[in-house]
Design a protein around this ligand. Structure first.
Ligand SMILES: [Zn+2]
Length: 327
């Protein structure tokens, strides 16, 4: 699982520019699915047809995009003014290494500020001597993300930028690689633009009209000094969401998934997140409404350059989903 995770974490894929991530996933899933399509927004949709008489359509969604910065202006001294793409934290971004899709490196810096720091104080230093040189390296509208930096932390844990939500992408890849024939049709959607409003999952769930929607995403943590919410601990199993600010899980589906965890002999954690949302929010309100739930990988320091997950929670999630699909 670690080698697969590393591969899926490596591509640069800010919201709206997820194709390099899709390319890696396509390669991994070649031969494991019946169809693979990319829609107009860039969602990668991989389907395994069910063998049952009346197969239900079960859609899993894991987002490929990564939060970042977009260039809004270039100063005469060659520094880039930026704004956020998704929920970027200013303080955790200071002096961070970022990289643009074309490979240009940068460091995120702030003007000296008295009072509260805002996005207008931030800039990226790309080492250009003036505006002209900067313009030869980067254009207005180009996006940068925290530079790839995946490393193991202790025996079971892995730290990296873009863990949100590539760890779930890797998990969904692994599920499709291992599932074999199932009664129900399994649709793996590797979605785009989640971090800017769950847009990819919105169009995918409309187009695919699934009977059931399951989002795979990270959640926050409550197991480091001074944190209390959510009541989620790394290494204690996959989270089964009750609700967050975007969706309320279907109670039957939620309990069924909890029961599958038990049958699979893996640990699960009931999850209530007092903020945030996942692709489930878009799936739930698609068409006439779709029963949804989110399976959440506990993740420390979400939306930083060092998002930490526990590989044991990924394994627990895999077994739970295999059991749910009748394996
Ligand atoms: Zn996410």
């Amino acid at each position: 699982m670690f080698e697969l995770l590393k591969k899926v974490l490596a591509p640069i894929g800010p919201s709206g520019l997820e194709e390099p991530v899709a390319a890696v996933i396509r390669q991994e899933l070649a031969g494991f699915v019946d169809t693979m399509e990319t829609d107009a927004l860039g969602n990668l949709i991989c389907v395994r047809q069910g063998r049952g008489e009346k197969p239900r359509k079960i859609m899993f969604s894991a987002h490929m995009d990564h939060i970042g910065f977009v260039v809004t202006g270039i100063e005469k001294e060659g520094f880039l003014r930026v704004t956020n793409v998704g929920g970027v934290g200013l303080n955790v971004s200071l002096t961070r290494h970022v990289v643009f899709s074309n490979g240009v490196n940068g460091v995120v810096v702030s003007e000296p500020v008295t009072g509260e720091r805002a996005m207008k104080h931030m800039f990226i230093d790309i080492g250009a001597k003036d505006k002209e040189e900067a313009e030869s390296m980067v254009r207005l509208g180009d996006m940068a993300v925290y530079a790839p930096d995946c490393f193991r932390l202790g025996e079971y844990r892995v730290a990296s930028p873009a863990m949100d939500d590539r760890c779930a992408c890797a998990l969904l890849v692994k599920l499709m690689q291992t599932i074999g024939d199932t009664q129900d049709t399994v649709i793996a959607v590797f979605s785009v633009q989640e971090e800017v409003g769950c847009r990819g999952a919105k169009v995918a769930s409309f187009a695919l009209a699934p009977d059931i929607g399951i989002a795979l995403d990270v959640t926050a943590w409550g197991d480091t000094p001074g944190t209390t919410q959510p009541d989620i601990k790394l290494g204690e199993g996959i989270g089964v969401k009750v609700m967050d600010r975007g969706s309320i899980s279907n109670p039957q589906l939620r309990e069924e998934l909890m029961a599958c965890g038990e049958r699979a002999g893996v640990k699960t954690q009931r999850e209530v997140l007092p903020f945030g949302g996942t692709d489930a929010s878009s799936m739930q309100t698609s068409r006439g409404g779709i029963p949804v739930c989110t399976l959440s990988l506990p993740c420390r320091y979400v939306h930083s350059a060092c998002e930490v997950i526990d590989m044991r929670d990924m394994e627990a999630g895999l077994k739970l989903m295999q059991t749910y699909l009748g394996k």
